[in-house]
Write a protein that binds this ligand. Structure first.
Ligand SMILES: Nc1ncnc2c1ncn2[C@@H]1O[C@H](COP(=O)(O)OP(=O)(O)O)[C@@H](O)[C@H]1O
Ligand SMILES: [Mg+2]
Length: 312
């Protein structure tokens, strides 16, 4: 059973003819996945989390967490931790008081030991008695993260966890998340437009653009170009490229064979590098190299969202 499931989730604000913010989103996230939800500002990432948490009702479609409707029960709520961009921490409390308050809310057994451990984990042990009002944005984010996991949730929602942090704090938060994902085996849903962060943390990502999911795959698969993978054969001599292209062309199948100088570019499924090399060598052609180029996640992302302004 999927931990998070969205089936044709559609959400519009305003009247029936308003353009939907989310337009038929399908998601299925399994236990233990660290899922990155990418998209430019205004794409609908926060709205998606709010619907998943049961804070907003879908206009159409449905969502399930652990097979249940969100907001249905306290038992379900206890299985989730949440860190939204605006952490909602009370400035008048100390770090420790805030965690105690939250732990009590969730009925955590032996909260004192847990809280000491978490304050150490997020690097705030020496700030346990300082008022949150005196904290930097980075410290608040770390405390927010500690609070989100004080009750050992199975599922963690993070809305732009490194937004607004200086580079040093970003690295610290990312390392904390990495450690969490590895050691605590939580299912994590991360909203972000921080490509580097997502690439390091997430096993799978989806890219949201204009209300729809435009890509949803493992990072490596996205970087290889998904199903339409690409293989480049560089020949020693330019004069042999045409002959190579002719040998490799498969008119009955989908895909494309194109010549670019001394390189033959193959796109489509089923081009196997050793097979391609063997075929050409057998025909007496001389190959410099056969490579499967990978794009950066940034390239993949901007190919999808390039017609929309993106803020870093
Ligand atoms: N409560 C709301 N009422 C009206 N419009 C909203 C509301 N919440 C979000 N929106 C709009 O929905 C779109 C997506 O917002 P949001 O989910 O916050 O995007 P993201 O988190 O990806 O930056 C934006 O155009 C935003 O203005
Ligand atoms: Mg947002």
């Amino acid at each position: 059973m999927a931990v998070i499931e969205a089936i044709y989730l559609t959400k519009s604000f305003g009247g029936a003819d308003a353009v939907p913010v989310l337009d038929g989103i399908n998601l299925s996230i399994e236990a233990g996945e660290v899922f990155g939800y990418l998209g430019p500002n205004g794409a609908g990432k926060t709205t998606t989390i709010r619907v998943l948490l049961g804070l907003l009702r879908p206009t159409r479609g449905s969502v399930r967490l652990f097979g249940q409707e969100p907001g249905e029960s306290d038992a379900l709520r206890a299985r989730m931790g949440v860190l939204m961009e605006n952490s909602g921490l009370d400035d008048r409390m100390s770090a420790q008081q805030s965690l105690h308050f939250h732990a009590r809310l969730y009925g955590v057994a032996d909260p004192a030991a847990k809280i000491e451990y978490l304050l150490g984990f997020v690097g705030l042990a020496d700030k346990r008695d300082a008022k949150i009002g005196t904290f930097s944005t980075g410290m608040k984010r770390k405390l927010g993260l500690a609070r989100a996991i004080v009750h050992d949730p199975e599922l963690l929602f993070l809305d732009e966890p490194s937004a607004g942090l200086d580079p040093e704090a970003q690295v610290m938060v990312r390392e904390l998340l990495q450690e969490l994902a590895e050691s605590h085996r939580m299912t994590v849903f991360i909203n972000s437009h921080h490509l580097d962060e997502v690439q390091r943390l997430c096993s799978r990502i989806a890219i949201l653009h204009r209300g729809r999911i435009r890509a949803n795959d493992r990072v490596e698969a996205l970087r290889r170009g998904g199903a339409a993978s690409r293989l480049e054969v560089r020949l020693r001599e330019r004069a042999q490229a045409a002959r190579a292209a002719e040998l490799l062309d498969r008119p009955s199948e989908t895909g494309d064979v194109r010549i670019d100088g001394a390189t033959v570019v193959l796109t489509g499924d089923g081009f196997d590098a050793p097979e391609v090399a063997a075929k050409l060598v057998h025909a007496g052609l001389q190959i410099e190299e056969v490579v499967r180029p990978v794009k950066s996640l940034e390239d993949v992302y901007f190919e999808i969202v390039r017609d929309e302004e993106v803020q870093a």
